[in-house]
Design a binder for this molecule. Sequence first.
Ligand code: SF4
Length: 322
Amino acid sequence: MTSPSIPFRSFAPWLKERYGRPVYRVALDAGSTCPNRDGTKGFGGCTYCDVEGSGTGALKGGASLAAQLEEGLTRIARRGDGVGAIAYLQSYSNTYVDGARFEEVLEALRPAVEAPGSPVVGVSVATRPDCIPEDTLAALARLREVTDVWLELGLESANDQVLLDINRLHTLEEFHDAAERAHGADLLVVGHAILGLPGDGREGARATADALAAARVAGVKVHNLMVLEKTQMAHQYRKGELSVLEAEEYVQWLTDFVERLHPDQVLHRVTGDAPLEKRIAPRWNVYKNEIRERLAAELTRRLARQGSRCATEIGPAASPVS
Ligand code: SF4
């Protein structure tokens, strides 16, 4: 639940409570690709996604997963004694590989997960909701027997027409189906949302929060639409075909969104972090703490808190979040 002083549930304190220490993500590149780029689902990718698809290319550059993880653990160890880590398969659609390859990827992480005294407290896997075949889910469920496993699913908007317009090429129903099956495998599901997608509007932001609450996902990542270089949206923006939210507008929409989540859901992120040199719009600087503080202030001003407008019956969330 939220604390009396902070009217929403954020990830860092939740991690501290669960693991008794600060925990940081170590981003890993498993060399994955994306079905929305290679023609399986579509070509060209989602209109907001840059061609790098947030991939680091580390694996192609010769760094094995084990080496990437070791390097990341060394890096975060500098943050203090006894910190914990989440091995985070971040780039592209990490479950868009055949079952054997996915098993191999998880096996590469197992030694670090199972080593006595390991700082690794869990594994997080980012993917699309239409890329969760049963063998993949079974592999994640086996890993879940030894550690916490998050499955991050991009929903972005609950409006299928908006999803089609931005070339996501999956539906809300596919998201609900994936979330439900992942809950059945005891995974911690995290739903991603973007506020301000073209055609979605403030009502769309509210509807997306309603859908995430209804899906009972354990966690939510949300950020404002950002127009990046090397994207289809960059062309649309330059032609004046789309606009982005100003900071204050975003805080208002975000507050609407958080009011509608389930009170148990953990907010993993409330802003994006695209670097200014890649970002065409908006140009306002996104300081995570500042957005969090403004969100807290606006909830307080409204005499509201996370979940105070939740349309889903308040009961335990489907994922074991506490
Ligand atoms: S956002 Fe994800 S699904 Fe969309 S094109 Fe980029 S990597 Fe693929």
